[in-house]
Write a protein that binds this ligand. Sequence first.
Ligand code: PPY
Length: 360
Amino acid sequence: MDKKQPVVAFLGPRASYTHQAAQSVFPPESHTLTPLMSIADCFAAVQNDKASYSVVPFENSSNGAVVFTLDLLADIQGLCGDVVVTGEIYLPVHHCLVGRVSGGEGGGTQAQSVSGSHDATGLLEKEPTESQQPHVRPTHDLSHIKKLYSHPQAWGQCKRFLSTHLKGIEQIDASSTSRAAELVAEDTTGTTAAISSKLAAEMSSLSVLADSIEDFEGNSTRFFILQRRDAVSPPPRQRSTPQTSQSDPQTQPPPEEASPAPAYKSLLSFTVSHTIPGALQRSLGAFNNHGINLTSINTRPSGEAAWHYIFLVEFEGRKGEGKVDEALKELEGAARGWRWLGSWEAWRGGREGWDSVFEQ
Ligand SMILES: O=C(O)C(=O)Cc1ccccc1
């Protein structure tokens, strides 16, 4: 292997969704793709110059922000102050329930029809209404499943399936969905299952007990590409929406020749005085006053005192554009402090590309 290839760290182990996202941008022939065990490790790898790039999950279309990533961007511990965002990647996400088939090889293949059959206490919620029903049924019996593993993001994306078919079953957080599949493969009782991709199931020699168990069609996750502030070189463009466990033709980005001039997005964090009325409004007003469109706002505890916050604001544009520079000057006077967290070329499909998926 050529040692000079740029190292691209990602939330592993291999076959995680983050791995699939990283592969869609960084050709493995010319990059050393390196799995790490946590999102914090991915930030540290860039901060400490061990990796040129890291890829981390940022937000999901149905379940919202990944708080681990927000906290590391907010960096209240001052551990990764040199890390900035320089790219975004969109990935369609189809979750599977993976594990061992009841009774071993060739076990039952009939869908389990009893909803809530695991709720021995009878104390849990009522049967889901029709609109809360999952759109798929298991392809195998699930009555032997006693414990579930997955990344915390996955629980929130598969609520309907879990509350219908695995109600009351213990859910244990894993560092990623592919790690969850590994944990299930290591369990000799055969009574655990994971939510992961089909690819992760294949890599861990597990069976798919139910396919596409996400609540919403068009479920997708946005990932950030991270680099060191002093070594920013734009990452390659996303080559295509990667082929995940199922190909999703309607979510492919538009072809190269259809692309308009690049549009940019940027991210920064700021804190405001908690004693000056209107400080938050004036800070956000700095963007509005210069015609800048905000695309997301997230809030995390600032760590200074209870109920004090750090705001993470994403907006259209980049430094060097007159209106952005003007807004930053105004923010300087309105916020107590702020920190630049990077600019990147927005994915050309934009949010609208995904909205059209949800409309179908
Ligand atoms: O756990 C993974 O495989 C990840 O890459 C994080 C994640 C989890 C759930 C949906 C999308 C990304």
